[in-house]
Design a protein around this ligand. Sequence first.
Ligand SMILES: NC(=O)c1ccc[n+]([C@@H]2O[C@H](COP(=O)([O-])OP(=O)(O)OC[C@H]3O[C@@H](n4cnc5c(N)ncnc54)[C@H](OP(=O)(O)O)[C@@H]3O)[C@@H](O)[C@H]2O)c1
Length: 250
Amino acid sequence: MNILIFGATSAIAGAVAQRYASAGNRFALVARNEAGLAALCRRLTEAGADSAEPVLADLAVLGDSSKPATHDELIEQAISHLPGIDLVLVCHGALPDQEACETDFKAALEALDSNGLSTIALLTALAPRMMAQGHGTIAVITSVAGDRGRRSNYVYGCAKAMVSAYLQGLRGKLHSAGVHLIDIRPGLVDSPMTAHLKKGPLFAAPDRVAAGIVHAVARKRHTAYAPAWWRPILWAVKLIPDSIFKRLKF
Ligand SMILES: NC(=O)c1ccc[n+]([C@@H]2O[C@H](COP(=O)([O-])OP(=O)(O)OC[C@H]3O[C@@H](n4cnc5c(N)ncnc54)[C@H](OP(=O)(O)O)[C@@H]3O)[C@@H](O)[C@H]2O)c1
């Protein structure tokens, strides 16, 4: 299997990669943390992967320049390490400071970039290549936060919701070309992203989420909650009328 991962140094991506690290599997791994990326490549080859090639890149599209970056060259560079693409995992993201985003639009824009626009830029460059190839799976990590905007993190949530809506439409185009697309929606995960948050029973380990992702890929799911018990929770959350929801402080 040929596997391309964006945001490869994330705790969730690393756990997914580890589960696929066996003979016959090759990786192209894109991340911006050089040391972390080198360590991951070593870990995967030691675990039995045929190869693991690092590609260093910051995936943000809105830099200082007013012209957004596209990811065509990056995709070309990454896929040059693989004889084809069987699985793509898009896993980068960042939890913004919600309060800062409410008063500073630059902070909000940065959050929309790292959690939304950069993913859409990747998919824009990837989709035609996957369609031309005519097979493979793309799994994109969004979040349960995109299911309903909550007052404590609606900027992050709206970026993830933007990606989920994008995926719903893109799925149809890819399907007609033989490519499968999965929207993976984790709940709370005990990873560096949430290191500053107090942990409770709803938190899952990255490897538990990784197991859900591997399962969703094998079963060709469309939208997978990880762990799966987030699906009924979000179903209930979405049923709460706005007149009550607006009074909830979470
Ligand atoms: N943790 C949760 O509770 C939770 C819940 C739902 C969804 N998710 C989603 O799951 C995915 C993985 O998160 P995680 O929990 O595994 O957290 P994590 O370990 O903190 O991973 C986030 C990764 O995204 C990378 N990243 C952020 N912005 C980037 C950029 N502009 N260019 C390149 N890489 C960038 C980070 O790179 P650096 O290490 O270089 O900063 C890091 O490797 C994210 O999409 C996140 O939104 C997480």
